[in-house]
Design a protein around this ligand. Structure first.
Ligand SMILES: NC(=O)c1ccc[n+]([C@@H]2O[C@H](COP(=O)([O-])OP(=O)(O)OC[C@H]3O[C@@H](n4cnc5c(N)ncnc54)[C@H](O)[C@@H]3O)[C@@H](O)[C@H]2O)c1
Length: 376
């Protein structure tokens, strides 16, 4: 049976779990054949560790046996790499966000449509056990009619950002780097958003890198993006929600992600993970731990690419769609624009809410091919 042959571009922090999951046979639809990175030693080390070929991006694009490129580079490189791969006729699954500027995302969606290629974008954690269980709860009517939602994350970026410096640059910051997890989880359950109103601030915009061993240790640097965000959302369905983000507070990450309905409340796990606990509280009862109804509770990075590969073979749309990714990307731009202009931002894009994954199969990976195809 056909396998989708893939190459990874970007052999940095997140690449190891992608490569481990794919080469271990967790996603049997994918065959990883090569990898590429501007840093040659990094590329060679990954190639050797996973028994794949080190390749330049040009070699990947020119190789007719490679069907799909998985783009794990930093955000500023997303647009040029996705564009080059699409123009070379490759399907692309990219890490978040789709691009840096709105026009870039629009162009990538248009090229993929024109060329009839699949373009999928992370986060794929929304396909994991936690969000899919919450979606099952909402779709089953267990919380009645959803009326409101709340998303909140606090995380100290000084620690991460002084090592991974792209985190403080345009295209990242807590909004673009972490907001996608929360907004995608909500989008996958509640559908498109209609309007956003927000305030943002950059607390302490000029800083000195105090991390011994970090690339810019001892040097002054500027925060290019907000580190405190408060936004209000109005969804097409009428649901109203809030998003609170703070990357200048305590080191310990705190999160909240909830949907409130007429008959109950669903509390999701951390959307940056696959299988956090899901709680349900119904009218007249206590808040209870809800058994996960879906698989992929363990770290399943690569699941979005695998589900897209199954879609290519089956000739259907994939769930981590470019339209949903672009919509979430536009939401985050909308937050920034609303704050800058002091006005409500009305979204221009929309998407089809992705179908739930089939429920009822719990495991920690190692699927047979038959099980995997039935599941996704
Ligand atoms: N680190 C994480 O925990 C994490 C988690 C989820 C998602 N992500 C996402 O994954 C992506 C990568 O993040 P990361 O933390 O692995 O970053 P990283 O800096 O550790 O790795 C990125 C790699 O891409 C390479 N690269 C950059 N531009 C390139 C180009 N033009 N051609 C080839 N290689 C290029 C860099 O040399 C580097 O090795 C980002 O979009 C990020 O949002 C990261």
């Amino acid at each position: 049976m056909q396998k989708i042959r893939a190459a990874i571009v970007g052999c940095g922090s997140i690449s190891d779990i992608y490569m481990t999951n794919i080469t271990s046979g967790k996603f049997q639809i994918l065959e990883l054949v090569g990898c590429s990175d501007l840093v040659v030693e990094r590329m060679n080390a990954s190639a050797e560790k996973f028994g794949i070929a080190p390749m330049t991006l040009e070699q990947i694009c020119a190789d007719p046996s490679i069907d799909m490129v998985i783009n794990l580079t930093t955000p500023a490189a997303h647009y040029p790499i996705i564009r080059q791969c699409l123009l070379a006729g490759k399907h692309v699954f990219s890490e978040k966000m789709i691009a840096v500027d709105l026009w870039q995302g629009e162009e990538l969606v248009r090229i993929a449509n024109e060329k009839g290629l699949h373009l999928g974008v992370a986060p794929d954690t929304f396909l994991g056990a936690s969000v899919q269980t919450a979606k099952y709860i909402v779709d089953s009517g267990l919380i009645g009619t959803p009326l409101s939602c709340r998303a909140s994350i606090s995380r100290d970026y000084a620690v991460y950002g002084e090592f991974l410096t792209h985190l403080y640059k345009k295209g990242a910051g807590i909004g673009f780097d972490m907001g996608g997890y929360y907004l995608t989880a909500l989008a996958a359950i509640l559908g498109p958003c209609k309007a956003i109103s927000a305030f943002t601030r950059i607390n302490e915009p000029t800083r000195v890198n105090t991390r011994i061993g970090a690339p810019g240790f001892g040097q002054e640097y500027a925060l290019e993006v907000p580190n405190v965000i408060a936004a209000a959302m109005q969804y097409d369905s009428g649901v109203l929600g809030t998003l609170h983000m703070n990357s200048d507070s305590l080191l310990d990450e705190t999160y909240g992600l909830e949907i409130y309905g007429t008959d109950g409340i669903v509390y999701m796990g951390n959307p940056n993970e696959f299988g956090g606990p899901v709680y349900l509280q119904r009218v007249g009862s206590e808040k209870v731990l809800f058994p996960l109804t879906h698989g992929f509770a363990e770290n399943s990075r690569g699941l979005g690419a695998a589900e897209m590969a199954w879609s290519i073979v089956a000739g259907r749309d994939h769930r981590a769609s470019k339209e949903m990714a672009f919509h979430v990307f536009e939401m985050m731009h909308g937050i920034m624009l609303s704050a800058e202009r002091g006005e409500v931002y009305r979204l221009a894009s929309t998407f089809e809410t992705p179908r739930a994954l089939p429920a009822g199969y719990i495991g920690d990976g190692g699927w047979t091919r038959k099980e995997e195809s039935a599941l996704i």
